[in-house]
Design a protein around this ligand. Structure first.
Ligand code: NDP
Length: 400
């Protein structure tokens, strides 16, 4: 039995609200966000669906620690699920430490003025969470999140040593728009325009953005051009699973998407530094976010599948082995259930389930944890029933 505060009333927050409300271990649920009307409309939809007044709402500026602490004092949650933006991770962690609340998020902290994905800022909270006997669970979405748990599961059950890890993330959905991002446009564009980076023999190798690419076959989808980009779970996975010699992250992009992205960059609209416009300071990428489709609005006409998984090679009982573990998620089914598309769905389901793992004292302990540090079995046995079934293939051609 637990009280929870969800912070962030976006696409992912919508799914978390649906899943948390459907789980009776959460006795009191508050959805708090910057724009109250967005939280209200999510709460109204969820309350109508479950036929009870399960979710209350509040407004909060999660950049402001005293405001967060006041909210925590008023509602005394056991855990906070942070599905606002990565910029708010540290202020929310600070407020959790101040009022002794446990913490879970789905994306690592990023400074606003530098597109940089590193755990160092959040790992620096380790001692403070330990000293307080509090738990912070980092990166509990799909990637990071389920991909990290898939890797931990592979290491526990199918390998004595993992040597190569290729996380493959395909969105074969069609939303019918000329250009849109599947989650927060600012965060998404910052992520995919970065130089590529992967782990090889104990060090990071940097590439030009989208330099390495090849077609990869995805189950029930077929071949899709896939690009090596940097993704944050690589950093914690190579630390926590030190036998990994090479770790890469592949994401599919269509030609149309890449052309738009190139134009956006070339004309300066991906800039994250402020510029003066009519005497007002604006950040071009934030302005762009305001004119692009809201990712939440894509759901209605979205068709097709996402397919995300881990392709792994290594050694078991002295013999080489390959292994592929993945989930496919259907945009239309995700929309029917929660009113959002599969990218938000695949992130929100694991976040709600991770919080339930904490409340049930299955994933617990003092300190700051990446999800691969917990037992993967209880989480994965619940993931299918919660809406994200997963599949395994052994001794196949990994293609990568
Ligand atoms: P959205 O932009 O749809 O939603 C973000 C929400 O946070 C909005 O409601 C926004 O408020 C709110 N918010 C932003 N700033 C503040 C603030 N200072 N105080 C309070 N609320 C604030 O994003 P998504 O739902 O698409 O993504 C949510 C998170 O999930 C992001 O951190 C993203 O990186 C992560 N993510 C993780 C994935 C994974 O697999 N691990 C995959 C996809 C996303 P407002 O409505 O006023 O703008």
């Amino acid at each position: 039995m637990a009280k929870v505060i969800i912070i962030g009333a976006g696409g992912v927050g919508t799914v978390v609200a649906h899943k948390v409300a459907a789980n009776p271990i959460f006795t009191e649920i508050l959805l708090a966000s910057r724009t109250l009307s967005k939280a209200d409309s999510i709460a109204a939809a969820v309350n109508k669906k479950v036929g009870a007044n399960r979710i209350r709402t509040a407004t909060v500026d999660a950049d402001n620690v005293p405001e967060l602490v006041a909210l925590f004092k008023k509602h005394t949650p056991d855990i906070v699920i942070n599905v606002a933006l990565p910029y708010q991770d540290l202020t929310i962690m600070d407020a959790c430490l101040e009022y002794d609340i446990n913490y879970l998020d789905t994306a690592n902290y990023e400074p606003k003025d530098e597109a940089k994905f590193e755990y160092k800022w959040q790992w620096a909270y380790q001692q403070r969470f330990r000293d307080k006997g509090l738990t912070a669970i980092l990166g509990c979405g799909f990637d990071p999140g389920v991909t990290s748990i898939f890797t931990a599961y592979a290491a526990k059950h199918h390998f004595d040593e993992i040597h190569t890890l290729d996380i493959v993330d395909c969105n074969a959905g069609n939303h019918g728009m000329a250009f849109a991002t599947n989650f927060n446009p600012e965060i998404n564009i910052r992520e995919v325009t970065q130089p590529g980076r992967y782990w090889q023999d104990g060090q990071w190798v940097t590439t030009a953005p989208h330099e390495i690419h090849q077609p990869i076959n995805y189950p029930e989808i077929g071949p899709r051009e896939s690009y090596v980009i940097y993704h944050e779970e690589l950093e914690s996975l190579v630390k926590n699973l030190p036998t990994i010699r090479r770790a890469r992250f592949w994401m599919t992009f269509g030609q149309e998407y890449l052309t738009h992205l190139r134009v956006i960059q070339n004309i300066g609209m991906a800039r994250i530094d402020p510029v003066m416009y009519n005497g007002v300071e604006i950040v071009p990428i934030q302005f762009l976010k305001a004119v692009l489709p809201d990712p939440k609005s894509l759901g209605e006409n979205y068709t097709g599948l996402t397919s995300i998984g881990c392709r792994i090679s290594g050694i078991k009982d002295g013999r080489p082995r390959t292994y592929y573990i993945y989930n496919n998620c259907d945009h239309e089914s995700a929309y029917q259930e929660t009113g959002t598309q599969a990218v938000s769905y695949t992130t929100g389901v694991p976040a709600a389930l991770g919080a339930a793992m904490f409340v049930n004292k299955i994933w617990t302990g003092p300190g700051v944890f990446n999800v691969e540090q917990f037992d993967p079995d209880p989480f994965l046995s619940e993931l299918g029933p919660q809406g994200l079934p997963w599949h395994e293939k052994f001794d196949i051609d990994l293609e990568v």
